[in-house]
Design a protein around this ligand. Structure first.
Ligand SMILES: [Fe+2]
Ligand SMILES: [Fe+2]
Length: 145
């Protein structure tokens, strides 16, 4: 298992905590499949990777979109900053997925999943998501606006 759901920081909005748990489940499922593909790089396993990759990507889009809708509805002042970070990560994942489908080379994804994504996810939840959830719950803005 790459990420433990217990290790996820909790924020002040239940819908965000739920979507973060689901995010971790999908990342772990893709990582397990990647390890299986590495030891047995068959077409069947490649197709399973495709399906789990697509499922994770789609879930990430709805995870981010769900937060963005709430931020827009509530007039969250640093919306643009939070959205830009989501867009950047969606771009990274899409690039990795396209490269995977073209090359069937698992290494770039493996490096991303081990070295970059978990640290990013934890930091993002601890910072931008925490501040956003606090604002959604209590109307407290990080910049006092
Ligand atoms: Fe989030
Ligand atoms: Fe976020």
């Amino acid at each position: 298992m790459l990420l433990e759901t217990d290790a996820l920081p909790l924020v002040d909005m239940a819908f965000m905590n739920e979507v973060h748990q689901e995010e971790v489940h999908r990342i772990n499922a893709l990582f397990e499949m990647l390890l299986a593909y590495e030891s047995e790089p068959t077409e069947e396993n490649a197709l399973k990777m495709d399906a789990l990759f697509e499922a994770w990507y789609t879930h990430t889009l709805s995870h981010f979109e769900g937060e963005e809708v709430k931020m827009r509805e509530s007039g969250f002042p640093p919306y643009a900053m939070h959205k830009a970070e989501h867009d950047r990560v969606v771009g990274e994942i899409r690039t990795l997925m396209e490269a995977w489908k073209e090359t069937r080379e698992p290494k770039p994804l493996k490096i991303y999943l081990i070295e970059i994504l978990p640290r990013w996810l934890l930091t993002h939840i601890e910072t931008m998501d925490t501040v956003t959830a606090r604002f959604l719950k209590r109307g407290i803005s990080p910049c006092g606006i």
